[in-house]
Design a protein around this ligand. Structure first.
Ligand code: HPA
Length: 283
């Protein structure tokens, strides 16, 4: 099983390497629900459709495209993932984190993950942006389960899964650009149903500020690979029970559009910072 997964990773990395030609992306950016607009901001883009990459299934969720986009964002070569795989779609965790493993194989040293999340802490502005300080894995599974890959840690340290230096850069960038940026703990749940009010009260008690259905598997894999990770949530709605309004995926996509300008400026400012792209590894 592990050999098969490793083979798929190598084949996928080979396909992406071939499509990239002499491009050497330094930062990977995962685009969450309704945040795909950032892919249009890169100059000199090439799209690599998932259908051309071994092991990448076609994404099915509305608001998620299915391509990697390589290009230049503020002088920094980047590789964007437009369309992610979620556990709630029934994917094996190894499929969910396949793109991250490919990024690591390509020698990319920094991973910026964006997502949409519900606000669990009632004081979080909606819609708004939240820098992820830490996470709680309530998905009850790990992408690292099973035999260990040669290139991965068996027991990765998770004391700082969201890189402290990158978070400082994010805070500084937001301050300079006048972008409101909260910071908090992201609880990753399996979904696909939204939470009940009782579940949200539990999340408040265990220290979560926001809740979503992605990101945790990717960041665990980044930790196992030595890739520096940064996470930014679009707080698209008040979590269940905080507002009396029923939740809908449409609301999540709409909120993404409202803050996408701020998110784009924030990510561009972060990427532009020397210390982010200088984290390239030679793996
Ligand atoms: N709960 C879980 N996932 C989400 C939410 C939410 O309220 N909003 C966006 N993604």
């Amino acid at each position: 099983m592990a050999e098969k997964v490793e083979r798929v990773v190598h084949q996928a990395a080979d396909a992406v390497r071939k499509a990239l030609g002499d491009r050497r992306p330094e930062v990977a950016i995962v685009l969450g629900s309704g945040l795909g607009g950032l892919a249009d901001a890169v100059s000199d883009p090439i799209a690599i459709p998932y259908s051309s990459i071994e092991g990448f299934p076609a994404p099915k969720v509305v608001g998620h495209a299915g391509k990697l986009v390589a290009g230049v964002l503020d002088d920094v070569p980047v590789l964007m993932q437009s369309g992610r795989f979620h556990l709630y779609e029934g994917h094996d965790p190894s499929v969910v984190v396949l793109p991250v493993r490919v990024f690591a194989e390509l020698g990319i040293g920094a991973l910026i993950v964006t997502n949409a999340a519900g606000g669990v802490r009632p004081s979080l502005p909606v819609p708004g942006l939240m820098l992820i300080a830490d996470h709680i894995n309530l998905m009850w599974r790990s992408p690292l389960l099973g035999p260990v890959f040669d290139s991965e840690e068996r027991f990765p340290d998770m004391s700082a899964p969201y890189d402290g230096a990158l978070r400082s850069v994010a805070r500084e960038t937001a301050l300079q650009a006048g972008i409101a940026l909260e910071e908090g703990v992201y609880a990753g749940v399996l979904g696909p149903s939204y939470e009940t009010p009782a579940e949200i009260r539990m999340l408040q008690r265990i220290g979560a500020d926001a809740v979503g259905m992605s990101t945790v598997p990717e960041v665990i894999t980044a930790a196992a690979r030595g890739l520096r990770a940064l996470g930014i949530s679009t707080i698209s709605n008040y979590a269940s029970g905080i507002s009396t309004k029923p939740l809908s995926h449409e609301e999540v996509l709409e909120a993404g559009k409202v803050v996408s300008g701020d998110l784009e400026r924030l990510v561009r400012g972060i990427v532009r910072h020397n210390s982010v792209s200088s984290s390239v590894t030679t793996r």
